[in-house]
Design a binder for this molecule. Sequence first.
Ligand SMILES: Nc1ncnc2c1ncn2[C@@H]1O[C@H](COP(=O)(O)OP(=O)(O)OP(=O)(O)O)[C@@H](O)[C@H]1O
Ligand SMILES: [Mg+2]
Length: 313
Amino acid sequence: MAAAIAIQGLTKRYVDVWQKQEVVAVNNLNLEVEEGEIFGFLGRNGAGKTTTIKMLLGLVFPSAGDATILGKPMGDIGVKNQIAYLPEETYFYDSMSAWDLLDFYGRLFRIPNPERQRRIKLSLEKVRLQPEAWRRNIRGYSKGMRQRTGIAQALINDPKLLFLDEPTSGLDPIAHAELRDIVGSLKDEGKTVFLSSHQLADVELICTRVAIIHRGKLLKTGSIRELVSGESTEVVVQGKALANGALEQLRSILPNIEQKDSQTLRILSDDDEKITAVIDLVRGVQGKVISIVPHKRTLEEVFVETVRQEDQA
Ligand SMILES: Nc1ncnc2c1ncn2[C@@H]1O[C@H](COP(=O)(O)OP(=O)(O)OP(=O)(O)O)[C@@H](O)[C@H]1O
Ligand SMILES: [Mg+2]
């Protein structure tokens, strides 16, 4: 299968004029996204996600490296008709309606009528913006309605490849699930989605593969199944003594210990020997082992672990 995006050595250095120092926002990134994938691009705030997307779109000039988008060099004008971008902050003309806005973008793409009208309707239906709102000013829209309008705008040119920067942030749980499923359904239409998101449960549900970046560097890439694979064991322990002293000792065996309350700890590891050492220690201080259960890792756990390991290295 052809690569929708192929990134080689992409780097962006910003010069911070106030601090007089250089910020490496993206550091020698190499990545391939196949056609038809929903690819999750994950990283903490400031990891370099938006900068990467902007370079791929030709909005930010790279310091080094290059990339191809749908087989063409990034920034290629001809490719613009086949791609779409939803920025993390959308600024709309408040005095326009969603319909007007989509009409405006449709004209930019030179989509003639009646095809343009048909596409506008299709896009607004797809994102389930209620029809009563289609002709109302965006000024009166809720956050969710604005986000739906943003995604509809990204669909107007029936793009092959979509760059969505945090499409589901700040939404109520129902709207959130709906928009997540809409993004997920783009795969069935054969579209490729490059999705930057902090919503790891969503990513786990809809993405085929993901990449984790940290301080501009690629730490991990792979299919969700690969990343979350490997059985681990979850142990919940309880005891007064754990609050003082013993907790430190436990952390020296396994750093990823989660404190549920002053007396209860949750410990997760795929290392049987360490699990045994932890249980011995807990019993040694008259603590109680509440449960020991096999545990399937979540993407969130993999993410936290990957980033922490890098910070400690
Ligand atoms: N125009 C700029 N000038 C200087 N530094 C910048 C500029 N844009 C981004 N940066 C820096 O580059 C780094 C990466 O920022 P970027 O916006 O790409 O992160 P992000 O992964 O999208 O974060 P978030 O999840 O918060 O959106 C940050 O350290 C940021 O401060
Ligand atoms: Mg960002």
